[in-house]
Ligand binder design. Sequence first.
Ligand code: NAD
Length: 383
Amino acid sequence: MQLPMMRSFTQFLQSARIATVRLQVPQCACRFSTSRTLLTSTTDTSSSIPNFDRYNALDNPRILITGGLGQLGPGLAKLLRKKYGEDNVILSDIIKAPKHILESGPYVFADILDPKNLQQIIVNERIDWLIHFGALLSAVGEMDVPLAVKVNIEGVHNVMELAKRYKLRIFIPSTIGAFGPDSPRNPTPDLTIQRPRTIYGVSKVHTELFGEYYHYKHGVDFRSLRFPGVISAETTPGGGTTDYAVEIFEDALITGKHVCYLRPDAMLPMMYIDDCLRGVVEMLEAPQEQLKLRTYNIAAMSFSPEIITDAIRKHMPHFETEYKPDSRQDIADSWPQAFDDSRARNDWGWTHHYDLDGMVKLMLELKRKFMKLDLPQTKAART
Ligand code: NAD
């Protein structure tokens, strides 16, 4: 998909306030929809812009996913395209997309540090829902703190302002990493002390509070889930503290041995990717009145390296894990061991489908299949 170059339009935006308003007939299965622009003065009149978008929440929303070529974006795009139509879900990132991504639906360049670029996509593509995945994860964030601040904090400022201006429903994930050593670790409730010790965690607490502020102050439909470590077969993780739980499967199948950067007893909450992505869609679709919080914990299982090693050994008795803890162990030591997700279960019906044994069996099957076929991995084309 090509975005048209609109230099004069972009210049025009600098002196005029523009809101895209979608006119439609609510409660109609086949939606009549057209776009027009409203021009107002440069003073902030956002509260006077009518919120027609309120009606299109579940009726084929147009969706943009930022940071969409990481571990979670491609799977979420696939799920959402099945529900809402291929062309209604636009994946974006700042890296070159591999061929199979380009063939699977719309993909555009979008830098979350460039608000004009994002604004242009939101207006031209008539976006209703913004799923903001662009981020630096925990281990990578510690390696470049100034960049993590830019991407994880400034990036969130940019998308939140646009969500306010264009009345978008906006989903930004948080993480187990938003808690710290002073939080209760087993189980960790939704509302408790949050004093994380990583820049990733600090930026995610900022996201949670900033989103809540925009919700209460400006009516932005901000929604967030705190994900555990996510385990996937088709895509590779982006530099988090829980990545070992994905790498261990490939090592088991290729060499029969895994060298783990965590201690054998480092217990952390984890989740199979299908549960995680279904949770995102269910939370996005949940009626406003069911949401008592803007950010919820979701959980599925907790295990340590030695527990998952034993679970893999049920299928591959000779598999071994060696332990060489590094700085990621310090991060794991400050994170929850188990999440209390009872509020998500009670408020909007969250439930997980995969436990440890189910996930291990499926991961081994899928990894075997992908390795045999040598299927393209999403991150192959990083620039
Ligand atoms: P990932 O690291 O695999 O992918 C992040 C993507 O962001 C990358 O493709 C990267 O190119 C992109 N990005 C970086 N800078 C950008 C910029 N300036 N503009 C646009 N894109 C940029 O991350 P993921 O695992 O897919 O995670 C998605 C979201 O879920 C993140 O917010 C992450 O914090 C959260 N999360 C993930 C996990 C997990 O285990 N994967 C756990 C908890 C929370």
